[in-house]
Design a protein around this ligand. Structure first.
Ligand SMILES: Cc1ncc(COP(=O)(O)O)c(C=O)c1O
Length: 387
């Protein structure tokens, strides 16, 4: 029997999925590891999709998404992100994940290096490897407010560096980069002639009213920014799988045509649902965001009174807790012990790369009492370990 490719065999399963499966075996476990919104998809979106299916919107669509959805996205990008884009510059994909995969697949030659943040969204590391690229980590240090260090970034650039991946609002740090930081990142990409893949899937999940989302596209004069958005978290539509990329030049066309051998096209019914998300009432969307903001405030207060250092998120639906002061490394074994001893599951910091050491990520998608009890149990575990 021939063996599977080395890329496939070297693929490492996400430790968050390991925790997910272990926690699913305990019906009483408090689930703080998942990135699943705790809200169902708003009912007007579901109704619209059902009606669209009845009306026959059940066939294949264009590779890069329905024109009717892309027209609405032109308006959304203008209204929400203040990005001017034409319908041809938008590529709709099955989730933000596929937008990222498609972008990397058209940018990378084997052996090309990609600058990835740590702590950062774990799937990027494996995605780059799967496509033959080489991940190179840059740090987002807590002491620097989880902002990139341009000197470090510069020191990591080699002749093989091709893409810089950036993510704001950031998973898992919750940090929202301000205009100065985003401008510097675009200038850095310009200076070193890199593509800037800007993951902005949490654009409408800014929780801190003192800050706002700044798209990298604002500063992009050379057409090197590829922006990635998603319906998953903002509209509680994770299972519908709708995301999109916005780019200039020949990038959208390359992404569109390479959709054919990957997925053919995004789901037509899901795109109809996405249209309803864009045209329907805003209240359900802002209500979800406000609930996440309240839970973030609660989580920070509970963690601090339990003696844990918490990094208040400015955006996303996550929060990092520092467990290192008690000697815990926040790794997979720590998370599995925590699940066994305290029946609470978290995302181990180690999944976010070397910069996640000593931390765990909790999700604000859980109900407030689950968040409160879960944090108290985490504190009990680390304090027990240190004593
Ligand atoms: C930073 C970031 N980018 C992209 C995604 C992909 O989301 P989706 O494929 O559901 O759009 C996620 C999901 O958790 C994320 O956290």
């Amino acid at each position: 029997m021939p063996i599977a490719s080395s890329r496939a065999r070297e693929y490492r399963r996400s430790a968050i999925r390991v925790l997910f499966d272990a926690a699913a075996a305990d019906p009483d476990a408090l689930r703080l590891e998942v990135g699943e919104p705790s809200f169902p998809t708003p009912s007007h979106i579901v109704e619209h999709a059902a009606e669209a299916a009845r009306q026959g919107h059940t066939g294949y669509g264009p590779n890069g998404g329905l024109l009717s959805l892309r027209e609405l996205l032109v308006d959304k990008l203008d209204r929400v992100d203040r990005i001017g884009a034409s319908v041809d510059e938008i590529v709709v994909t099955p989730g933000g994940m596929n937008a990222l995969y498609s972008a990397f697949s058209i940018l990378l030659e084997p052996g090309d290096e990609v600058l990835l943040p740590t702590p950062g969204f774990p799937n990027m590391d494996e995605m780059v490897r799967l496509l033959g690229g080489v991940p190179v980590f840059y740090h987002l240090r807590a002491a620097d407010g989880f902002l990139p260090d341009l000197d470090e970034l510069t020191s990591l650039v080699t002749p093989r560096t091709r893409v810089m991946f950036s993510n704001s609002p950031s998973n898992p740090t919750g940090r929202v980069f301000d205009g100065g930081v985003v401008r510097d990142l675009v200038a850095f990409a310009d200076r070193h002639d890199l593509w800037l893949l800007s993951d902005e899937v949490y654009d409408e999940l800014v929780l801190d009213p003192a800050t706002g989302h700044v798209p990298a596209a604002w500063f992009d004069e050379a057409g090197r920014v590829i922006s990635i958005f998603s319906f998953s978290k903002v509209y509680a539509m994770t299972g519908w799988r709708v995301g999109y990329a916005v780019a200039r030049g020949d990038i959208p066309q390359l992404m569109r045509s390479t959709q054919e051998p990957q997925v053919s096209c995004p789901s037509t019914i899901s795109q109809k649902a996405a249209e309803a998300a864009l045209t329907g009432p805003r209240e359900p969307i802002t209500a979800m965001r406000d609930a996440y903001a309240q839970r973030a405030a609660l989580a920070v207060a509970v963690a601090r009174s339990a003696g844990l250092r918490a990094y208040a998120p400015q955006g996303t639906i996550y929060m990092l807790l520092d467990v290192s002061a008690f000697g815990a490394d926040g790794g997979l074994d720590f998370a599995l012990d925590l699940l066994r001893d305290q029946r609470v599951s978290v995302a181990p910091g180690s999944v976010f790369g070397p910069g996640g050491a000593g931390m765990v990520r909790i999700s604000l998608a859980a109900a407030p009492d689950t968040i409160e009890n879960g944090i108290n149990r985490i504190a009990a575990q680390v304090q027990r370990g240190s004593g």
